[in-house]
Design a protein around this ligand. Sequence first.
Ligand SMILES: O=C(O)CCC(=O)C(=O)O
Ligand SMILES: [Fe+2]
Length: 389
Amino acid sequence: MKSSLKSIKACAAYYGPDAPAVEKYLKAGEKKAFKLGNRGPISFNSQGLLSKDIIDAYSKFGFYIFENVINEGELNDIEKDLDSLRSSFPTGPESLVDSRGNPAMNAKSKALTIVWSKPLGDPLGGTELANGRHQVKMFEPKPSSDAPETVPLILLGTLQFSDACLRTYAHPKLLKIAENINGKDFAPFNEALFIKEPGIGAAVSWHQDGVTHWDSNDFEEGIHGFNFMAQVYGSTAVNGVWVLPGTHKVGKIDIKKLIQESGSERLDGAVPIVCNPGDVVICNRQLLHGSFPNCGFEKRVTVNFGFHKRSSVLGVKGGGIHSESQVFDEEIISRRTKPLGYAIEARKEKYPNEEPYEYQPFKESNESFIWNNEARKTLVDYNLEDLSI
Ligand SMILES: O=C(O)CCC(=O)C(=O)O
Ligand SMILES: [Fe+2]
């Protein structure tokens, strides 16, 4: 694990009189994170079930770090795609062209594809966006004078923009984990990139992800699903997601009150998710989490993709955050699952010697997929039907 000491100091300096408190908080959080005991390689027992110690740690803390999941070759492919994608981003929120004047990667998208921010800003905190779940605005440090006016923070609908991310989406061990946690008929959620470039990357204010099931009679710790967070460049106390362990079990949290009790946005008891490149986190969507603006020297890009229990989405009226609110019936879920079929085929093509994941619902419905240009076209705007709960 790379030491983030230099970045911690540089980051703290952005906080003026709070600098010593920030430095202390980041260092202590990092230390605590390593002591939790919720990281290690993916491991299944002889019956193919996820090891009990992993399930227990995931349930106890609400997140677990699978080490060394994405190998170097696969990471290189993702990095290449991210670089080329980044170079074809629009020049700003209102623009349809990239920096060379060519149509931007999302010029034809109807769905929302990029969430922008001012550099080191917190675009969601304290707003009504995303159902007001980001209750408090984080401190927004002043970026250097040569920072761009706006920076991308989130890219949505990743699978239509990157073949490498599409293939990672079908990683057989990760899908096996999804099956262990959410059942063989697990359903998709959404896919996104979180982009935090050094010196400019914006904050994602403290929040819990779920919006639909907090008052359900069937409320339980897994009802809003989970996200996989694959780390391309690693993640640190400075640029990574912070979580408050165990909060996925307690229901909806009054974040303003917690911040008041902690005396600042640096919540007592929170820890950063610290990862090497290639590590993949499983993070319960109910866990209280967020990330500070990236005032350090290392970039973070998270390849995010989530899964639900089928019972959490079937017949449920969507939360309206990632897609227009509508009741998710069998047909919508089946349509929204097709990208997984293409992803499995795309992965088979690239890694013919790997045992592919067999998704039970495709087997039952006799559905088969071919990954080609026709299929690629069907992915355009597929995220209009994200199963947002
Ligand atoms: O990556 C981040 O900074 C935030 C991630 C997040 O909020 C999520 O995955 O739900
Ligand atoms: Fe989140």
